[in-house]
Design a protein around this ligand. Structure first.
Ligand SMILES: CC(C)(COP(=O)(O)OP(=O)(O)OC[C@H]1O[C@@H](n2cnc3c(N)ncnc32)[C@H](O)[C@@H]1OP(=O)(O)O)[C@@H](O)C(=O)NCCC(=O)NCCS
Length: 164
């Protein structure tokens, strides 16, 4: 069910909303100032997903022809309704407009819902950082590096799809 998810750009005035979304999505505090640092245009951009209210966010950056998702989260009460997928689509579209051909992200090896989302979307593992994350209880978790090849649009609106 993605039809009624609206994807909108994050503006400076939305930063407190995005910060609140980060906190409910990840269960940890994230300051508005730091969130603003992640959103330094033109290299970085943020998207918000709205249903009846703000439901999720994504922050990404683009350098040359590579894009990276820096953070993505959906409020618990809006999960498994297609919001995460809609945000990924929005990031891909915006990154492609900015000239990116590949989209990267890092995901904890202890995060099956995120892994399922990325796998279903078409991301493939291209690397592993051992013991990269430190969880609240102190234990270390590997980061899997995933990549997605962004389909290039052609004149005439046809899409070339690269099967990873
Ligand atoms: C990961 C996260 C963003 C997914 O958002 P979401 O809106 O629930 O994802 P969607 O509803 O768009 O799911 C799309 C697909 O992902 C998979 N998926 C998502 N959540 C899943 C879960 N809990 N279990 C199994 N599969 C899941 C399914 O294949 C799903 O497709 P389907 O509904 O047609 O079966 C969300 O769980 C979240 O915010 N988690 C906490 C923050 C986080 O871990 N962020 C990612 C850090 S790398």
């Amino acid at each position: 069910m993605t039809g009624d998810v609206r994807i909108v750009p994050v503006r400076r005035a939305d930063l407190s909303v995005v910060g609140a979304l980060f906190e409910v999505a990840f269960g940890e505090p994230y300051g508005e100032a730091a969130m603003g640092d992640l959103l330094k245009p033109p290299a970085s951009f943020g998207l918000m997903a709205e249903l009846d209210t703000a439901a999720g966010f994504a922050i990404a950056s683009v350098a040359a022809d590579e894009a990276e998702i820096l953070s993505i989260g959906v409020a618990p009460s809006y999960r498994q309704r297609g919001v995460g997928r809609a945000l990924l689509r929005g990031v891909v579209e915006r990154a492609a407009q900015k000239g990116a051909g590949r989209l990267f992200l890092e995901v904890g090896a202890d995060n099956p819902p995120a892994a399922a989302l990325y796998d279903a979307f078409g991301f493939r593992q291209v690397g592993l950082r051992r013991n990269y994350y430190r969880r609240a209880d102190g234990h270390r978790v590997d980061a899997r590096i995933l990549a997605y090849t962004i389909p290039q649009s052609r004149p005439g609106g046809r899409q070339e799809v690269t099967i990873p």
